[in-house]
Design a binder for this molecule. Sequence first.
Ligand code: FMN
Length: 250
Amino acid sequence: MADIVCFSGNGMSRQVADGLRSLGLGSDDGSLGFVFPVYGWRPPKIVARFIREGLVSRLAGRSPGYVWAVMTCGFDVGYADKVFDQLLCPVLGRGLDAAFSVQMPDTYIGLPGFRLNPPEVMDGKMRRMAERLPGIARRIQMREHVRDLGRGVFPRLKTHVFGRIFDRFFVDDRFFHATAEKCTKCGKCASNCPAGSIGRTGDGGPVWRRDGSCTGCLRCLHGCPAGAIEFGWFTKGKRRLGSDEKGRCE
Ligand SMILES: Cc1cc2nc3c(=O)[nH]c(=O)nc-3n(C[C@H](O)[C@H](O)[C@H](O)COP(=O)(O)O)c2cc1C
């Protein structure tokens, strides 16, 4: 069994997965690794869907000897690892052997008060991530049974109450729209959407499907070359990442 299963909305988890691969993880060593962000102190919907619907075929009958996850976050992960354990159990008959969190630049700007980190904060997080990964890789290679996570304060409340409310009401593509005067109808938002949640109108503009598939990653918004996409009124005037990331659970 090879490689690391990674989902990345805007490239942060991708960088962590690539860093871990460069440190020797993901080779055919009988372990199974996951790298993904937390959204609302829980695994993203698209990750949950992959575990329920895609993991069995990915395993192709093999049973991993050691299962680990690295979760990326802007601040803290709450009990996201425990939610992930519950997703894994019906498929693998067990939860994670090891889980780690790594702080990365925060990509969430969808509600009032949430903005991208200032550049110096982003740089600091990237530096600390590079320092932290070798230790994580070593502990995974040693097959440690460990939970080394920044859970933050009130983790239960965050994951099981706020996170559920967030998932239910704020991970919803009906809040997205493209500003007509700015949208060039280039189609990048549709082709880059990891969940396939964006179609195109007859004249090429984006149309969000509103079928429950949106995972809320904001890649459409961060990656729009014209800065045309907004999430309700809450993203107006806020700095974007300019993300060019491609990614699904792979
Ligand atoms: C919809 C959404 C919800 C988020 N929720 C949290 C959160 O609950 N806690 C946190 O620390 N960071 C949160 N973040 C920040 C991301 O977890 C963090 O920036 C992550 O590294 C992004 O990784 P990605 O680019 O691979 O998606 C959220 C980001 C988004 C887009």
